[in-house]
Design a protein around this ligand. Sequence first.
Ligand code: LLP
Length: 442
Amino acid sequence: MDHFTYRDNELYCEQIPVSAIAREAGTPCYVYSTATLCAHLERLQSAFASLNPQICFSLKSCANLSICRLLVEHGAGMDLVSGGELERALEAGADPAMCVMAGVGKTDDEIRAALREGVGWINVESEAELARLRELALDEGVRPQVALRINPDIDAHTHRYTTTGTRETKFGVDFERAVSIFERHRADDAIDLSGVHVHIGSPVLTVEPYLRTVERVIGLIDAVAERGVTITMLDLGGGFGADYESGQSPAASDYAAALTPLLQSYVDAGLTLVLEPGRSIAANAGILIVRTVYTKVSGARTFVIVDGGMNVLLRPSHYEAFHFIWPTSVRERTHVPSMRCEHPSMDGLERVDVVGPICETGDFLALDRSLPPIERGDLLAVFAAGAYGMVMASRYNASRLPAEVLVDGEDACLVRQRETYDDLIEHERTVTPLALVEDVAP
Ligand code: LLP
C-alpha cells in the first residue's frame, strides 16, 4: 500500500527516518514516497493493460512539479481543470496530446491556451461551452478533439461535496440531451466531437457504481453509433479509492476485473480508454508531518495542539475526512497498531482531539481519536495525505505554505520550499492605481 513503515520504533519513508526529514525541512511538511507513487501508477497500468488505457494523472490531487515530472517519466498524461494546471503540466514536461482538460467554467483564455498547446481532448461540460469552443477553435484555426462530459445520474455514495455524477450537480450534460448533441455535430468542420467523458465522484469505494456507469455509457455509445457517430474515446474519470484506513479501498485489479469485460470489445474495435486517477496514485504516497506545540486538558477533552491544522490539511475539517495519525517515534515496540484505524485495540491509548493553531473551532486534524500519550515536541505523521493535501492548503491566518519533500530510496529532496513571511506579502507591496478615470461619477 505504501512505503511508510516503522522500524526500531521510528517511522521511515523508504530508507529515511521521517524525524530526520522534519529536522532538516521543519514542520509542517509533506513527505512523499517515489516508490509508492510509481507502484500505484504501475498497478493501474498493469491492471487495465488489456484495455491499453491512457492514464492521465489528475493533477488537481497533487500538483508538485517534481511529482508530476516523475509520473510523466513513468508514462502518465495529465488530467487538467484550469489554465494554471495546464501551465504546470507543461512545466513538468507532460505531452499536451496526452492531456485532457475538463472544467465547468473554462474561460476564453483557458480554452485558447488548450487549443494552442494541443491538449489531447477538451472535455466540454455544457452546450454553451461547446458553442464557445467552436468559435474559438475556428478563430485559432485548429480542429480539436472534444469529449462531451455526461452526467450519468449515478450516486457513487461519496461525501456530498465530492459527488459529481448525480443530476443536481453542476457537472456535464444530461444523458437525454447527449445523443442529439453528438448528432448535431456529426460532421462539424470546427470540432471533432467524438469523445465521451464521465466522472462519478471521489472516492468511490466500491466497483458497483462504475459498472452501472459503464453500462449506461455503452448504451450511449451504441445509441449514437446508430445515428452515424463513432465514439473514439471514452474517459472514465477518476475517483478510485485510497486506503485511509487499512484495506478500505478496492485494489486497481478489482476495478479492472469488473470493467474490462464490458469494455474489451469496444477497445478492440478502436476505442481509446482514458482514466483520470488522482487520489489512488497520490493519497497513500504522502504523509503530513506536524509537531506538537502544546497539550492541554479542558473540561472533558484533551487537546494535542500541533503546528498545522486546516491551513495545511483541510480534508478533516471540510469533509470530516478520516486520516490516520500516529507519532513518528514510538516509545515501545508494541505501540504501532497493525491496522490504521480510528481506535486501534491496544492498551495505553487516550482519546484526544488533534487540533491546529488556526483561530477556528473547525480547525482540527482528528476529533476524539485514540492515540498513545503525546508530549510537547512529539512529531505526528498524518497518513494518506498525498492527495488533496498540499493543493488545498491555504495561507489563512497568514500561515506560510508548508515544505514538500520527495524521498527516493536513500535520497530526499526538498521539492518545494516552505514559504517565507516575505512571500506572503510580496504581491501587496506595490499599490497600482487603476486607470478608471472615465468611469468615475462626475
Ligand atoms: N477527474 C475529474 C473530472 C475530477 O473532477 C476529479 C476529482 C478526478 C478526475 C480525480 O479524482 P480522484 O481520482 O483523485 O478521486 N478535494 C476532495 C476531492 C475532490 C475531487 C475533485 N475531482 C477530497 O479531498 O476528497
